[in-house]
Design a protein around this ligand. Structure first.
Ligand code: GDP
Ligand code: IMO
Ligand code: MG
Length: 459
């Protein structure tokens, strides 16, 4: 039986914490998409671990697999492993031979394209990790895969094909001299070959590369339990999200099959848990009909920091929830929970359970609101429209809930669901009813112990 953890909103829903909670029963934790654009926080024994690439299970001695659907920056991979080792851990990370490699020029191109787009206010606000350009090369059939790093002839051949194209893109399309860049070696075949061949040797020596499909299938045949750790979230999925303000992969549940080489039946036989933040945050651009206030640079059309009641509330929630990007440190945009978004997410992913985090952050407010539906062109609609332009025109219809008090959340976590303040339970039950999905867990604080566990998917 497998458990797939999926972000139901815009990323940063607290997936890392839930993987840590339920991952105890798993032997293997596999990521199936994305790369070091993710930022997952795991709090263990009073120590906070921030991971971007290595699966969250590595903190507790699980085998971490980076599936074929991931894009892997070997510099980040080995840096992160060293950091964990310095903290006394011994992470066991396996990397799919079919996964694509983020090369230094991908990062440079990510930056250049965002700069160019920003001239006409079209930037996505990416994490700058080269994710989009790497997936572009994957789809363009000119990418370098982890398996290619193991064979010097293949690696050189691939680089000799792709690097001159990237150099021409920078020089002829963007009109920038490669020699003027901070990292001109990013476009030098010999320099790239030398560095990435060494990564290949290290991956080989440390026996880190696998065929994810056979590795995971064999593990399950041996009776091991597997968890799939989605990064990012449904509304930044390249197909089902808010294009073009999306990442370039499929965080949605279907991605777990494609991105690991297991059949959709394996994923569907297990549980798919939607991680929901009790309000909304967003890093980067794109519409957000339930947004409170705004963040200059990210909120469309918001050029100057305003003030007023909603701004104050947004600032309050941002500070209480520590809503600053794990990877980039940027202030996250904040809004009320958006039900049309969650209905879309529940449908696309087929959630069997929900983990709702951060209800402690909202404690102490007099009133908690939810965008129940939208008004669009004179009609009430209950799911998000397909185009970003239409979504941007939607006005949220709010429902109001009575707030709940600040309480001793650790005690609540120990005592169980009924100890959650009544008004918060009303809020949770509304959510479960609307999405027709039971609540499996409720996050009442950042630590693993600060979680009310209603259902353990592995039991
Ligand atoms: P991820 O990207 O989905 O794994 O989430 P992040 O780690 O980027 O962001 C979640 C943040 O919220 C982290 O700092 C967590 O420690 C914290 N967190 C997770 N669940 C809760 C919760 O229920 N309450 C509070 N207050 N913080 C939480
Ligand atoms: P976790 O796993 C929140 C956002 C970026 C940007 C868009 C595209 O921590 O939930 P990219 O660098 O992927 O090309 O950026 O996607 N984004 C995230 N937002 N959480 C994440 O990951 C994100 N990963 C990417 O801010 O808007
Ligand atoms: Mg995050």
């Amino acid at each position: 039986m497998t458990v797939t953890i999926v972000g139901s909103q815009l990323g940063d829903e607290g997936k890392g914490g839930v993987v840590d909670l339920y991952g105890d029963a798993a032997d293997v934790v596999a990521r199936y998409q994305g790369g070091d654009n993710a930022g997952h926080t795991v709090v263990h024994d009073g120590e906070t671990y921030k991971l971007s690439l290595v699966p969250s299970g590595a903190v507790r001695g699980k085998i971490g697999v980076l599936g074929n659907g991931c894009v892997i920056n070997p510099r980040t991979l080995f840096d992160e492993i060293s950091t964990l080792q310095e903290k006394g851990l011994d992470p066991d990370v396996r990397v799919a031979e079919r996964a694509h490699v983020i090369l230094p020029f991908h990062r440079v191109l990510d930056g250049i394209e965002e700069d160019v787009k920003s001239e006409s206010d079209q930037e996505v606000g990416t994490t700058g990790r080269g994710i989009g350009p790497t997936y572009e090369d994957k789809a363009g059939r000119r990418g370098v895969r982890i398996g290619d790093l193991l064979d010097p002839d293949v690696l050189r051949e691939r680089l000799e094909y792709v690097v001159p194209q990237k150099r021409a893109l920078v020089e002829d399309v963007y009109d920038i001299a490669v020699e003027d860049l901070d990292d001109p070696d990013a476009f030098d075949v010999d320099a790239l070959f030398e560095e990435f061949r060494e990564f290949g040797q290290r991956l080989e020596e440390e026996e880190m590369t696998v065929n994810a499909s056979t590795f995971l299938t064999d593990a399950m045949a041996d009776g091991q339990t597997v968890m799939f750790e989605g990064a990012q979230g449904t509304i930044i999925d390249i197909d089902h999200g808010n294009y073009p303000y999306v990442t370039s992969s499929n965080p949605t549940a279907g991605g777990a099959a494609v991105g690991t080489g297991l059949s959709p039946g394996v994923i569907a036989d297990g549980e798919v848990i939607g991680i929901v933040k009790a309000y909304l945050t967003r890093v980067g651009s794109g519409p957000l009909p339930t947004e409170l206030g705004g963040v200059v640079g990210d909120t469309p059309g918001y050029d100057e920091q305003g003030d007023g009641e909603n701004e104050e509330l947004a600032t309050y929630i941002r500070e209480e929830g520590g809503e600053y990007g794990t990877v980039t440190g940027r202030p996250r945009r904040v809004g009320w929970l958006d039900m049309p978004m969650l209905r879309h997410s529940a449908r696309v992913n087929g959630f069997t359970g929900l983990a709702v985090n951060h209800i402690d952050v909202l404690a102490g407010l007099d009133e908690v609101k939810v965008g129940h539906s939208y008004d669009h062109e004179g009609e009430e609609i209950f799911t998000i429209p397909s185009t970003t332009e239409q979504w941007g025109e939607c006005e949220a219809n709010f429902r109001s809930f009575d707030g709940w008090p600040e309480v001793d959340w650790e005690a609540v976590a120990e005592d169980g669901y009924d100890a959650i303040p009544e008004n918060a339970r009303t809020y949770l039950e509304y959510l479960a009813d609307e999405l027709d999905t039971p609540i499996y867990a409720v996050g009442v604080g950042p630590g693993r112990e600060e979680t009310v566990v209603v259902e353990d998917p592995y039991e």
